[in-house]
Design a protein around this ligand. Structure first.
Ligand code: UD1
Length: 314
């Protein structure tokens, strides 16, 4: 019997959670439709039972949830600009898919669903750091869709008693993040380009800042969220980040040192739907989960560059 289901298991965050579960000897099932996930990411996860299926398909969700105790719902079309280009696809893959997962989870008597929320829910309010009591203010279709998923989580807790936990991720990066699409996260793109000696583009003046969070911290937060007592975490939402922010310009300079890139970035027009600054208050995850970021930004970046240097991301 599969005890854990990871949705988006061929994607960056899903495959990282699945690998950590397998390393702990857990029984794991994964589902992915390969819309953005990659078959190559399944290498090393052979012990995982894998279903190729789409979460927009209720029957696939039902099959995936059978015999499962805990779901990590990571599947999404994770990109702000992609949602600006095609808001309907983002809605189908983030909102409809999340509702289908919850309906199937309830029907299969799953105990807990841990959901990948997004810091984009905070939007543009100038208050820093962002804390969980702030009113959401989504400014892109992606942010709206991820926030809708959070509301569904809470509703399923309230009306059906399902244990749901939302982790609002802040700009996750690390090995296995796809660097090949222009919808990819900025650090994946920068690592790949700068290692290849190509000039990266900075949208805007580069003084925008992010609370970039190394993948291992996010995996650990998920494992803690799966095992924390229900009376502490069920129905809750909390930030998962490092609690520090850095500008793109500073990040570029650090990456020059790590990659040996000698050129300058190309500055281009700011991106529509972008927010300026992002920084998390991470005290709540500390209180509820005992979460502390263990890998800081620079160490995470070193490990990430080392991984892209192997060519594994291509
Ligand atoms: C947003 C969300 C995050 C979500 C992620 C999914 C916020 C604060 N965060 O991240 O929760 O999981 O989307 O994609 O809203 N940039 C460049 N050059 C590039 C690529 C990007 O300068 O080649 C810039 C962007 O314009 C942006 C920053 O880098 O200012 C970060 O972009 P990106 O990595 O796409 O993530 P966010 O949009 O911040």
């Amino acid at each position: 019997m599969a005890r854990y289901l990871v949705t988006g298991a061929a994607g960056f965050i899903g495959r990282s959670i699945a690998a950590a579960l397998l390393a702990r000897g857990k029984q794991v099932r994964g589902i992915d439709n390969f819309s953005t996930g990659k078959r190559a990411n399944l290498a090393g996860l052979e012990a995982m039972e894998f279903i190729e299926g789409d979460l927009a398909d209720a029957a696939a969700c039902a099959r995936a949830c059978e015999g499962v105790e805990i779901v990590f719902h990571e599947a999404a079309l994770a990109s702000v600009p992609r949602s600006v280009a095609d808001p309907v696809a983002t809605n189908v893959n983030c909102v409809d898919a999340t509702l289908n997962v919850l309906v199937a989870a309830r029907a299969a008597a799953v105990r807990r669903v841990v959901y990948a929320g997004s810091s984009s829910a905070y939007g543009e309010s100038p208050t820093l750091p962002k804390h969980e009591q702030m009113l959401p203010d989504p400014i892109s279709p992606y942010a709206v869709a991820k926030l809708a998923g959070e509301h569904y989580m809470r509703a399923f807790r309230r009306v059906y008693g399902l244990e749901t936990v939302t982790l609002r991720y802040f700009n996750v990066f690390g090995p296995y993040q796809d660097p090949t699409s222009h919808y990819s996260g900025v650090l994946a793109i920068f690592c790949r380009k700068m290692l290849a000696g190509e000039q990266p583009a900075i949208y805007g003046d580069g003084e925008q800042s992010r609370d970039f969070t190394y993948i291992d911290n996010v995996v650990e937060a998920n494992l803690l969220a799966a095992s924390a007592p229900a009376e502490k975490v069920a129905g809750q939402m909390m930030n998962v980040a490092t609690g520090k922010r850095i500008t793109l310009n500073e990040t570029f300079r650090i990456l020059c040192g790590l990659t040996g890139f000698k050129g300058q970035p190309e500055y281009a027009a700011p991106r529509s739907g972008d927010i300026r600054d992002s920084l998390a208050d991470i005290r709540l995850a500390g209180e509820l989960l005992g979460y502390q970021p263990r890998v800081d930004f620079e160490e995470g970046l070193r490990r990430t560059v080392a991984w892209y240097r192997t060519g594994a991301g291509d």
